[in-house]
Write a protein that binds this ligand. Structure first.
Ligand code: GLN
Length: 195
C-alpha cells in the first residue's frame, strides 16, 4: 500500500483543525506545524484561513517565516493563508492580494465556481464547486506564471503557480474535497520528481 502523504497544517491560528479533518478523510496524515523543525520531511503544507495579521505575527515570533521561505514542497494557502503567501508577505507566489476585497463581514457569501473552463483535469469539473467566502481576499496583479483556475465577478479566487495553490475561499468548510484532492495530486507529482 502507498505510504500516506504527510501534510503539515500551519496551526498557529485559524481553521487548521478543519483542514486536518479533510486530509484524514482523503487518507493523508496531517501534521500540526507550530515550529520550524516540524516542517522537516513533510510532503506538503497547508496555510489555513483565519486572520492574516495574527498568522503573520505568530509565524515571525516562532521563526516560521524564514523556515517557510526555505520550504520546497507544495504549499496550499486558503484565504488568510493565501494573503500570507503573496509578494507583500512571504513572497512564495507572484501576485498581490487585496484583503477583504469583497467588503467586510457583510460581504461573506457563497458562490458556485466554474472550474471546467480553466482546469479540465479537475475531477467532475462539470459539477460546480461551492465556494464559501468569509471576508475574502482576491488576487491582483498576478505575474505570468500564475494560472487562474476560477474567478468571481472577474476576480481571481483560485490559482496555481507551480507548486503553490491558493484559494480565496474555504474548501475545508464544505463536504466537497476536490480542491484538497487537486493539492494532493500536486504533492504526489512533486514527490515523484524529488524521488
Ligand atoms: N480577512 C481575513 C484577513 O485579512 C481573512 C479571512 C479569512 O481567512 N477567512 O486575514
Amino acid at each position: 500500500m502507498e505510504k500516506p502523504l504527510r501534510i503539515g497544517v500551519l496551526a498557529v491560528q485559524g481553521n487548521f483543525r478543519e483542514h486536518a479533518a479533510v486530509l484524514r478523510r482523503l487518507g493523508a496524515e496531517p501534521v500540526e506545524v507550530r515550529l520550524p523543525e516540524q516542517l522537516e520531511g513533510l510532503d506538503g503544507l497547508i496555510l489555513p484561513g483565519g486572520e492574516s495579521t495574527a498568522i503573520t505575527r505568530l509565524m515571525r515570533l516562532y521563526g516560521l517565516d524564514e523556515a517557510l521561505r526555505r520550504f520546497e514542497a507544495p504549499v496550499f494557502g486558503t484565504c488568510a493563508g493565501m494573503i500570507v503567501l503573496d509578494r507583500d508577505h512571504l513572497g512564495l507566489a507572484d501576485f498581490r492580494v487585496q484583503r477583504n476585497a469583497f467588503g467586510r463581514q457583510v460581504r461573506s457569501f457563497e458562490a458556485d465556481l466554474d472550474v471546467c473552463a480553466t482546469r479540465p483535469s479537475f475531477r467532475d469539473c462539470e459539477k460546480p464547486l461551492r465556494g464559501i467566502f468569509i471576508r475574502a481576499p482576491w488576487i491582483e496583479d498576478a505575474g505570468p506564471d500564475v494560472e487562474v483556475l476560477a474567478e468571481v465577478d472577474g476576480h481571481a479566487v483560485l490559482a496555481r503557480q507551480g507548486r503553490v495553490l491558493v484559494a480565496a475561499f474555504h474548501p475545508e468548510l464544505t463536504d466537497d474535497t476536490r480542491i484538497h484532492e487537486l493539492f494532493l495530486n500536486l504533492v504526489r507529482e512533486a514527490s515523484s520528481v524529488r524521488a
